[in-house]
Design a protein around this ligand. Sequence first.
Ligand code: ASP
Length: 423
Amino acid sequence: MARQKGLTLKILVGLLAGLVTGIILYNIPTNYVTDTILINGVFLVVGQLFLRAIMMMVVPLVFISIVNGASSMGDVKKLGRIGLKTLVFYLITTAVAISIAISIAYVVNPGVGLDMSKVVTSEPTIGESIPLAQVIIDIIPSNPINAMAAGNMLQVIAFALFIGIGLSALGEKTKDVANMFEQLNELMMKLVSYVMEIAPYGVFCLIATTFSTLGFEAMVPLLKYMMTVIVALIFHAVVTYGGILKIFTGLSPLRFFKKFLPATSVAFSTASSGATLPITIETIEEEIGVSKNIASFTLPLGATINMDGTAIMQGVATVFISQVYGIDLGFSAILTVIITATLASIGTAGVPGVGLIMLSMVLQSVGLPIEGVALIMGIDRLLDMSRTAVNITGDAVCTTVIAKTEGEFNEEIFNSDSENALN
Ligand code: ASP
């Protein structure tokens, strides 16, 4: 795909420039130009246009790509094997992620000695978390059109899987329909490549807007908590993902992370795995070298059910809240947290802030006060952005491992320095 030269670099520059601009805007007195023309004018419009342009593609892309992936898999057995492998991989990495988070949290003790009066609390408006049984029942849509309209990804995936499996079973008979889905997939990827062209500007505007309103003073008393989450996120990305890549695929983790940067940057800017999905798919196919068959199946699934970064935040937050409230978590409570958070990630939608809502379910599972969520609510945005970047990196690493073990990986693409690369 012919991309603009140095797109990755441009996106990165957009991100950093947005960060600096946002922080400057936050620190200077507001006036007509900064407030009306920039923050609530140009930045808002361009940022939201970009965000909507990618979100516009999510439902059709997930539907089309899963139908396509499932139907081109050839037989149901292969699909089942890959599906199972993916699921196991996603669940295990999430459990590892939260275990790392809890361990690091117990080394740092972010909530010990915290002066509660210094913590700026926001009003706890905690949303309802859904019980696991309902999450499972809800996988099958009673009305697939409703599911698409509501953007319920698990349901869209389930419906698409049925169609894909049906198409592959019918083979020659429905060749035209299968071809149509293939062409629709091409079309969607073309649209994604258009949006990628404006990504540097979109990312700049989104980041500038976010940072111009982030209350940095509120972060100070919670800095220890924030740093613990960030250290755990980095540790998981470097050690767990880096190790998995090296061991299972032999690929260079550094090269992988570098080539995946456009997607990571968009995830950071949007704080939504779901919204980033079109970019994630494009990057993993065009830059990393995973086949369409695998990527179109495992990535939408990952963006919906695999949330390692979110689990890390929940692990640290649980320890933090227990320490602030002076409640000791025993071993069995910690185990409960690991299991609950791992399963909760299946029901966590890939949109901004949902991880925090699901945290209330994790806290409840071990009898911690859910009001604790209010302590960290005000400063969650920055962590949301960071954990979303890790969430989609986890999807990408798993996808690459599956592709490699299934012989669906093009090493030439991975090793080539595309025009777009960060050299
Ligand atoms: N924003 C995260 C995501 O989209 C979910 C969360 O942790 O709130 O992956």
